[in-house]
Design a protein around this ligand. Structure first.
Ligand code: NOJ
Length: 558
């Protein structure tokens, strides 16, 4: 049962992200579902996490894997029923796990009844005012209203055909054309989402991860961008969503007015018992601005994407850890830490890439210079051992506890990410981090579907047999064993609520710090280094005596 006394449980929680279509498939249709999650809750308890965040499973045509919602208060038949959602919440609570759902308020699916009404209604009508419809530019309105480019490629606007058959207005979509943006200056939209929040809070969900939490408000007038291409890709980087440094620099990210929405939601959440939480997915830069999302009367946590984007190097890691702790603490929030999710190249591959982080653009068969998998996994294990030693709350993405690498060799025809489709294959997109999990080495789909139909919505690499959960369970040196031990020790030593103190360090590529009763040494370099004589609590890779090899982290008794 949930601990009654778990004061501010989210401050040091380890939260496991489930990407439902790829977690476990109970009915054999090749797509994971809610019943599949419920049947594996014991595995998550065994792993040692505190909470589960579940990516969207609401009614949706699945054009962006469920981030295109057509009914926020029901479950898509692909994933099950409302009763399955209730059973999942109940089953998790019985086991002491909290449950966070994914709320997608920036846009709906184009199948949402409101958008269908808007399409049928006339320009200027109340139905159109719930979304962002505008006249086009050019003599006949044939040009998009401004020069913004969709995050998934192509224009951020799509033109509609009016009821009389003529080409008409354009609507805005930051993402795919099947994901029209709501107009958050419209009170109807506020009312809708307050109802949605209440609906799930009444069903006892413990909180919400808020999708694109920096995008809901747009700068009035929707001004052109000076450099539309660089804005949609981020300044010199290929982030899924661009970095910004001032609220008005990119007119659809991080507008000041967005915060009032979260204050409103926070007031609602605080009327419910049991510390319900809001978590911002906000790709804003610098960190000091991200802290605005987690002020005491707004959200509880924000994903620390700056940490995820930090290369595997002691200097940048020291800086981001210091900056994160200082910045989040300045507003009374815990720092969060994350290395992988369903939008980025898995860190068991990414941290060893010899080129700039490709982020949501992905990598694939034509990508050169891919790292050696074994060496890359050693580095990823060291990175996880560092992350789980830091004070604050950490996120784990399904499959990283198995050491899954990015799936590189997906056939073109299997790819489903709208990024791949909208860029005509120029960008691979995110399918490589979304391949269904291997549970059982010897079974069809490695046990992803439980009745052995052999269906899997994305093909699994054959080499994943050795990474299957059952194969790792009996192996003390497996990545699964490492995660279990790290999580158990983190809890025992209370590292999540601890304080970090840097210790002198003999080399520039090595980090040494103390957190409570543990000293953590991280060798990000290649050369081995001697470590102090002290009781070894855990090592991310096998070590020989007091010599720490490269790409290895140890926790020592302080
Ligand atoms: C961020 C989500 O994590 C991503 O998967 C999705 O495509 C976009 N937001 C649009 O909802």
């Amino acid at each position: 049962m949930l601990a009654a006394m778990s004061f501010q449980w989210w401050r040091d929680a380890v939260i496991y992200q489930v990407y439902p279509r790829s977690f476990a498939d109970s009915n054999g249709d090749g797509i994971g579902d809610l019943a599949g999650i419920t049947s594996h809750l014991d595995d998550l308890v065994d792993l040692g996490v505190d909470a589960v965040w579940i990516s969207p499973f609401f009614t949706s045509p699945q054009r962006d894997a469920g981030y295109d919602v057509s009914d926020y208060c029901d479950v898509d038949p692909v994933f099950g029923t409302l009763a399955d959602a209730d059973a999942l919440i109940h089953g998790a609570h019985e086991r002491g796990l909290r449950v966070i759902f994914d709320l997608v308020p920036n846009h709906s699916s184009s199948d949402h009844p409101w958008f269908q009404d808007a399409l049928r209604a006339a320009p200027g009508s109340a139905a159109r005012a719930r979304y962002i419809f505008r006249e086009g530019r050019g003599d006949h309105g044939e040009l998009p209203p401004n020069n913004w480019q969709s995050i998934f490629g192509g224009p951020m606007w799509t033109r509609v055909t009016e009821a009389d058959g003529t080409s008409g207005q354009w609507y805005l979509h930051i993402f795919d054309s099947s994901q029209p943006d709501f107009d958050w200056t419209n009170p109807d939209v506020h009312a809708l989402f307050l109802d949605v929040l209440r609906f799930w809070l009444d069903r006892n969900v413990d909180g919400f991860r808020v999708d694109v939490a920096h995008g809901l408000m747009k700068q009035p007038g929707l001004p052109d961008l000076d450099e539309p291409d660089s804005a949609s890709l981020g300044a010199g980087t290929a982030t899924l969503e661009p970095e910004i440094s001032t609220p008005t620099e990119v007119p659809y990210w991080g507008q000041e007015s967005v915060h009032e929405i979260y204050r409103d939601w926070r007031r609602l959440l605080d009327t419910y018992p049991g510390e319900r939480v809001l978590v911002a997915e906000a790709w804003v830069d610098p960190l000091s601005r991200l802290a605005d999302w987690v002020r005491p009367d707004e959200m509880h946590q924000a994903f620390n994407f700056a940490y995820l984007e930090t290369p595997w190097a002691a200097g940048p890691l020291t800086q981001i850890i210091d900056a994160s702790l200082a910045t989040f603490h300045s507003v009374g929030a815990p720092s969060t830490w994350v290395l992988s999710n369903h939008d980025v190249v898995r860190h068991a591959t990414r941290l060893a890439l010899p080129f700039e982080n490709p982020q949501g653009h992905g990598i694939g068969p034509a990508t050169d210079n891919l790292p050696d998998e074994k060496a890359a996994l050693q580095r990823a294990r060291a990175a996880t051992a560092l992350m789980l030693a830091l004070p604050g709350s950490a996120y784990i993405y399904q499959g990283e506890e198995l050491g899954l690498p990015e799936a590189i060799d997906l056939p073109d025809e299997a790819r489903q990410d709208p990024t791949w489709i909208r860029t005509n294959g120029e960008r691979y997109g995110r399918d490589g981090c979304r391949v269904p999990l291997p549970w059982t080495a010897e079974r069809a789909t490695f046990g992803f579907n439980e009745n052995g139909t052999g269906k899997s919505w994305l093909p699994q690499p054959t080499q994943w047999a050795r990474l299957a959960r059952d194969a790792q369970r009996s192996d003390d040196t497996s990545t699964l064993a490492l995660y279990r031990q790290l999580l158990a020790l983190r809890k025992e030593l209370q590292l999540g609520t601890g304080e970090l103190q840097w210790l002198d360090c003999p080399r520039e590529d090595v980090l040494v710090f103390r957190n409570g009763r543990a000293v953590i040494v991280v060798n990000t370099g290649r050369e081995p280094i001697e470590i102090p004589e002290s009781e070894l609590l855990i090592s991310s890779s096998p070590i020989d005596g007091a010599v720490l090899p490269g790409d290895t982290t140890v926790w020592l008794r302080a």
